[in-house]
Design a protein around this ligand. Structure first.
Ligand code: GDP
Length: 526
């Protein structure tokens, strides 16, 4: 492998942002792109309420002012190439987010300083923990009166069970916000107001004990020095090994809206965040620096752009290099395919890609053959693992307005379930079709797309199912028994897997007791 290629891989940083809605993910994304020169003006990423809803792909989404899709942004920063994977903000689409987290090497956690650690952050953190993903933190909205920073740090440690190491510390907050003090370089970065839309000069004061610091802090100078002394004593020191192992998060303070503290955070990020990591497959570990190409699909997206009316499979490149027109093996199908038209994404706009390497995300045009979790290689029989499928929590029976369209309905649901937009179950004892979702908005998306893409009008009816488990046993007799005795609860899912549909938690518990040789899985790998 050429040293140039190895260096390019070393320079890649592929990450996603996790946060609770309204913590500032969109705003910080804009500023990151501003630093990356990826867009001329901040504010055009996906103005949720504004006219530039670039990554919105569907009118329903725009009407609701939510962003359902994940897109990918690539930008250069300080000799690095940064890939930022956007995730849907709405929790109804959390499955998408979970899978996107399997395609990154680290995450940025954005916390609203006034609100502290919120629900969705806790959930997303649990997903990160499954893979010990390194987490860097940004405590946002310092231009407001937030909670005592020490309390926020304590909360991160207690609630998220990760040690927190402040890299910089805020000086004042709200109207009195003066800037941040870097605990390692002994530099104060001075806050300037009204510079949110530009890359402002980094005004530095060297030394907390300097006369310049006295001048900036005025009557507070001594208090600030005492506080910093206290902070040093009461918090962890940053340890990069602990960070890379997912046990410690370096913490930066700032304001995304004021575009302050973001640059310091980004500098720390490109310095410490891991370059593309090795990935597990069922057969062996794939080294990100291997010469031969490999990758897996973590997301399929329809109608990204109404003009194109197609489906894009998002693939994380795990090793080697994609070049335009190359042949890849689609492992599940055992077929070689020539890929001539992969695309990349820049803030929602797509363009053809000539080359992509480990850590990059490329989009493949999918004509119905690609599924989430599919592995592509240069010939080797590999299957990447760890791309999860979660048991739905909400269920509806789906019924056609026009019964003659059963075929289209089945085809539509099959495809939508393959791309992960919904899950579908066919009970063995009747002709019902049951649709499962993690969030209620998913049902609306499915109905909309069935109508729009498959020309079938479907209606939902309530169904007496509360939860589902994929069932499996090494003992075929045990499977036969549950299929026979509990047949009213048995269904086949869109992927052909045996499923137990439970009307209540109690029923599920009883079934688990009654059939001890059967395993009930709440997640399934693709
Ligand atoms: P998201 O839902 O996490 O993407 O959050 P947004 O980036 O859309 O931000 C939510 C709201 O918080 C918006 O009204 C932002 O303008 C505001 N906001 C974001 N960052 C800051 C900040 O640093 N200070 C203040 N005062 N408001 C902010």
């Amino acid at each position: 492998m050429s040293s140039d290629f190895l260096q390019q891989i070393q320079q890649r940083r592929t990450f996603a942002i996790i946060s609770h809605p309204d913590a500032g993910k969109t705003t910080i994304t804009e500023k990151l792109l501003l630093f990356g020169n990826a867009i001329q003006l901040a504010g055009s990423v996906k103005g949720k309420k504004g006219p530039h809803a670039k990554s919105d792909w569907m009118s329903m989404e725009q009407e609701r002012g939510i962003s359902v899709t994940s897109s990918v942004m690539q930008f250069p920063y300080k000799e690095r190439t940064v890939n930022l994977l956007d995730t849907p903000g709405h929790e109804d689409f959390s499955e998408d987010t979970y899978r996107t987290l399997t395609a990154v090497d680290s995450v940025l956690m954005v916390i609203d300083g006034a609100k502290g650690v919120e629900d969705r952050t806790i959930k997303l953190m649990e997903v990160c923990r499954l893979r010990d993903t390194p987490i860097l933190s940004f405590i946002n909205k310092m231009d407001r009166d937030i909670r005592d920073p020490i309390d926020v740090m304590d909360e991160i440690e207690e609630v998220l069970k990760i040690s927190a190491a402040p890299i910089n510390w805020p000086i004042g907050m709200g109207k009195e916000f003066k800037g941040v003090y870097n605990l390692y370089t002994d530099v104060i970065h001075v806050f300037q107001q009204g510079m949110g839309h530009t890359i402002n000069d980094d005004i530095q004061i060297k030394g907390l004990d300097s006369p310049e610091a006295d001048e900036l802090l005025g009557a507070y100078a001594e208090d600030v020095r005492e506080e910093i002394e206290l902070v040093r004593g009461a918090t962890h020191e940053f340890d990069i090994e602990e960070y890379l192992a997912g046990r410690m998060t370096p913490v930066f303070f700032g304001t995304a809206l004021g575009n302050f503290g973001v640059r310091e955070m980004l500098d720390g990020f490109v310095e410490w965040a891991p370059s593309p990591l090795n990935r597990e497959t069922r057969q062996r570990e794939v080294d990100a620096k291997e010469e031969k190409f490999s990758g897996f699909v973590f997301k399929i997206q329809a109608n990204m752009d109404p003009k194109h009316r197609d489906r894009i499979a998002f693939m994380r490149v795990c090793s080697g290099k994609y070049t335009q027109g190359m042949k890849m093996k689609h492992v599940r199908l055992g077929k070689d395919v020539k890929i001539a038209d992969a695309v990349t994404f820049l803030a929602g706009d797509r363009s053809a890609v000539d080359e992509a390497i480990s850590g990059d995300i490329i989009g493949l045009h999918n004509h119905g053959t690609i599924q989430i979790g599919d592995t592509f290689t240069q010939g080797e029989e590999l299957k990447f693992t760890g791309i999860p499928h979660f048991a739905p929590e909400l269920f509806r029976r789906i019924r056609l307005k026009d019964p003659l369209k059963t075929k289209q309905l089945q085809k539509g649901l099959q495809q939508l379930s393959e791309e992960g937009s919904t899950q579908v179950f066919f009970p063995v004892n009747n002709n019902d079709i049951i649709v499962g979702a993690v969030g209620v908005l998913q049902f609306e998306v499915v109905a909309y797309r069935l109508k729009d893409e498959y020309k079938v009008e479907a209606i939902y009816e309530p169904v007496n199912v509360q939860t589902a488990r994929w069932i499996e046993s090494s003992d075929t007799k045990a499977i036969d028994e549950i299929k026979r005795k509990a047949s009213d609860h048995i269904a086949i899912d869109g992927g052909g897997h045996l499923t137990y549909l439970a009307p209540t938690r109690v029923n599920l518990n009883l079934a688990q007791e009654r059939y001890p040789d059967v395993e009930f899985w709440s997640t399934r790998e693709h």
